[in-house]
Design a protein around this ligand. Sequence first.
Ligand code: HEM
Length: 419
Amino acid sequence: MGDRRQLVVEQTYDPFEAFERAQGAGVRDPYPEWADLRERGPVQKIELRKLFGMDTMVDIPDLPDLPESYLVLGYDEVAQVLRDGQTFSSACYSASMGIVMGHTILEMDEPEHHRYRGLVQQAFTRKAMERWETELVAPIVNRLVDGFVDKGRADLVPELFFVFPVYVIAALLGLPDEDLPAFHRLAVQLISVAFNWDRGVAASQQLRDYFAGILEERRRDPAEDVISVLARAELDGVRLTDEEIFAFLRLLLPAGAETTYRSSSNLLLGLLTHTDQLDALRRDRALLPQAIEEGLRWEPPLTGIMRLATRDVELGGVAIPGGSVVSVCVGVANRDPRRWTDPERFDLFRPPQPHTAFALGPHTCLGMHLARMETTVALNILLDRLPGLRLDPEAQDVHVRGVAFRAPAHLPVVFDVPA
Ligand code: HEM
């Protein structure tokens, strides 16, 4: 432990507030506008600068000439893009996320992606998942619920959902508890790089140095955590390099925590505002898996991902030139009326069919089983321990908000406290 670097962060800057602002948290519901666009056609040409609000990215040095860009809004077209990694490359992330995260799995194409995924997924086996469920996730959620169970009321976003997936990722990595707040801040600073360049780059370097110390420790003294597994993972005689491990670790917190906190919050808000469905779930917990899928379809935490067209291609009747940026609107695709009846409605009784919240194709979310397990554990514990759980009747206008990432800022609830 002796040579491990401490995480020191700047306390006066609030990366969470900056990130929320950057993600368009001021926007309440972009779906009606997106639905209008989709109505005009499942694939639309759009000005890239407008799409990402690049006019606000004052910190990006030497913004290059922007390529043509297209929005993909229909389910079938989104599925086509995501399943065809040859035509629609993931390399586009190297110019944004790649600068601060390193060369991550997100930006890899085949065959490199397949080899790397084969190595990192060794840390996410079914056996590991079962152990994490009982030994890590349930105790973390229970500990947080202990903090408010006697009060009869709570704001479940700050008091539970915002923090529990961060604690889970930190526990998977075997990080010491005292490093958690700084780790969380730095990870959010890192993914806000497009809006604050210097801070993003500094956070990246700090996290790299921090992980380098931990990796060295785990090589000396291996344990069962994800970092130890990555350090010894091997496939056909090939191992991960240190830089490949650091890139994966830097990706893990934003990929795993920013998403799961939002999807769990969105699902619970869906249930609390559709009390007939919440009652049905209370009566029959076997409905939970389909409730989770419907929550992900209805309000996915992440509404869009990116690809780069590697050649001229026709999609949804639109000619897309090679070199174009393709914005894959997984959120809009999840509400395609060609696939779902009354798609704006949260309805856990819908006939199940695949959605795009976890993407599709080779880059399908590596953590989707973990995310589903975390939400299952959290929801079951809430329903078990907070009888009569309902939205605080005095709370005003609780709603999901945001553009790129969506979640409620607050989830004020009341419940019965046993006498
Ligand atoms: C509800 C929660 C989650 C959602 C909605 C979600 C969504 C996604 C999406 C849409 C992608 C594809 C990105 C792209 O191709 O551009 C992805 C990839 C990924 N996710 Fe998740 N994710 C969630 C939770 C997690 C968790 C808990 C982890 C932690 C292990 C994780 C790790 C990853 C990784 C490593 C990738 C890259 C996979 C690859 O490129 O092959 N995600 N996720």
